[in-house]
Design a protein around this ligand. Structure first.
Ligand code: XMP
Length: 477
């Protein structure tokens, strides 16, 4: 049997090339996520329960990337996360939350709180707009048993259907209001502009948006049980891309799932993985995927290679898969093992169009979970989705019970539970990563990711070369 060599990020460096890039702003990081979706930065948050829920997905999309909501939720919960992302900002909110004028203040307050909004439009018995009730009205109300009609603002500034975002911005400013309902000539609500959304449009120029101006978001489905029902619910919630998520993506289960989803929903965008070989990539492409996720055993919390002996070092996996991806015009996602912007640059130079991140994003404000303190340092929990801890969490979420001991004895974990340092806002992390990748492009003499893929040259390094690449012979402060 012939044994091939497999390399990963630390085994190589990118050889510096003549560059006419004089500032990092001359580089362009836009790239393809999948056949029909483009991103403005090449980063995706991993579909893991300690990384990606709505808050992460909103931040990723605002920065120009995308977040993939994990699937270890009920179908309703996962769809609700997608809706939350979609509602976080849009040019126009199509179906704003409303309340009857006859409801109690308590009911209105609870509803607004549950939906995470600062105000509700108030309707009469014929569903016509009669007022608006906001945080401020709740705050100074004093008696929660009053009717909404007792505390609402009746003089609502409205605008007709067809109003542009520019006109809405002017009206919000001139009237010093935060919400501008769109109301037709019969008095029915047709949408809502908010000052928050208009400001968001200006504050996040790199944001990745759908046709309705809302943040793009992906969501994962498995390959067993409820996956068709889940896919349908997520598409109903207008998810932009589905990720068929299975540890061994070069499998009958994964291929069957992709084919079934594509058959039922031919227009939906599907990413599938994970694979680590050219053959795996080709089989998924033949099944109809729009992007392939690459990485087996490369993740920071993975023990797949330890437990099963299987995997391919990530750089070689990306290079092998990207070759087939390129031949078929299907983008490749490098998933797992990215620790630095240098690793991300190498993955992109090796042919990946985007990079999926887990541990780098696990310790941020936007990842689910609370901040823990140990020895005066702050951390967040980050765990493999095939870890024992994630498996127990999953079982108890599904059944409402803790897993039985014999279940646990049968379970062979392929991931570990860990802690990652708390890092603050994901926006700052992404700034560091994109800044590093932009510099990486410049060292390769490239203005774009695709130019870097054509022009870059790797050099294999020795252990001494790796040691030389880190800070050495100094005490780092
Ligand atoms: P990083 O290195 O960014 O990797 O933390 C994130 C990726 O790791 C994969 N993942 C797992 N792999 N066992 C595995 O073998 C697990 O329990 C596990 N959980 C996540 C996944 O591809 C993720 O995007």
């Amino acid at each position: 049997m012939e044994i091939r060599e497999g390399l990963t990020f630390d085994d190589v460096l990118l050889v510096p090339k003549y560059s006419d890039v004089t500032t990092r702003s001359q580089t362009n990081l836009s790239t393809k996520l999948s056949r029909n979706i483009s991103l403005n930065i090449p980063f995706i948050s991993a579909n893991m329960d300690t990384v990606s829920e709505a808050s992460m997905a909103v931040a990723m999309a605002r920065a120009g990337g995308i977040g993939i909501i994990h699937r270890f939720l009920t179908i309703q919960e996962e769809s609700a996360q997608v809706l939350k992302v979609k509602r976080s900002s849009s040019v126009v909110i199509e179906n704003p939350y409303t309340i009857s004028m006859n409801s109690t203040v308590r009911k209105a307050y609870d509803y607004a709180d549950d939906m995470g909004v600062s105000g509700l439009l108030v309707l009469d018995d014929d569903n016509r707009l009669v007022g608006i009730v906001t945080d401020r009205d709740f705050l100074f109300c004093g008696d929660n048993d009053l009717r909404v009609s007792d505390i609402m603002t009746k003089d609502v500034v409205t605008t007709p259907p067809g109003t542009t975002a520019e006109d809405a911005k002017r009206m919000l400013r001139d009237n010093r209001v935060e919400k501008l309902p769109i109301v037709d000539s019969d008095g029915y609500v047709r949408g809502l502009f908010t000052s928050k959304d208009i400001t968001n449009m200006e504050n996040y120029p790199m944001a990745v948006k759908d046709a309705k101006g809302r943040p793009m978001v992906g969501a994962a489905v498995g390959v067993k049980g409820d996956f068709m029902e889940r896919a349908e619910a997520l598409l109903e919630a207008e998810v932009d891309v589905l990720v068929v998520d299975i540890a061994h993506g070069h499998s009958q289960n994964a291929i069957r799932t992709v084919k079934n989803i594509k058959k039922a929903f031919p227009d939906c965008e599907i990413i599938a993985g994970n694979v680590a070989t050219a053959a795996g990539t080709l089989d998924l492409i033949r099944a109809g995927v729009d992007a392939v996720k690459v990485g087996v055993g490369s993740g920071s919390i993975c023990i797949t290679r330890v437990i099963t002996g299987s995997g391919v070092p990530q750089l070689t996996a990306v290079m092998d898969c990207a070759r087939v991806g390129k031949e078929n015009d299907i983008p490749i996602i490098s998933d797992g093992g990215t620790r630095t912007s240098g690793d991300a640059t190498k993955a992109l130079a090796a042919g990946a169009s985007t990079v999926m991140l887990g541990s780098i994003l696990g310790g941020t404000d936007e990842s689910p979970g609370t901040v823990l303190t140990k020895n005066n340092k702050r951390y967040k929990v980050y765990r493999g989705m095939a870890s024992l801890a994630a498996s127990i969490g999953r079982k108890s979420k599904e059944t409402g019970m803790t897993a039985l001991e014999d279940d646990l004895n049968d379970y062979v974990a392929e991931g570990v539970e860990a802690m990652v340092p708390y890092k603050g806002s994901v926006t700052d992390i992404l700034k560091q990563l994109t800044g590093g990748v932009r510099s990486g492009l410049s060292y390769c003499g490239a203005h774009t990711i695709s130019a870097m893929q054509q022009e870059s040259e790797f050099i294999k390094i020795s252990r001494a070369g790796l040691a030389e690449s880190q800070p050495h012979d100094v005490s780092v402060m």
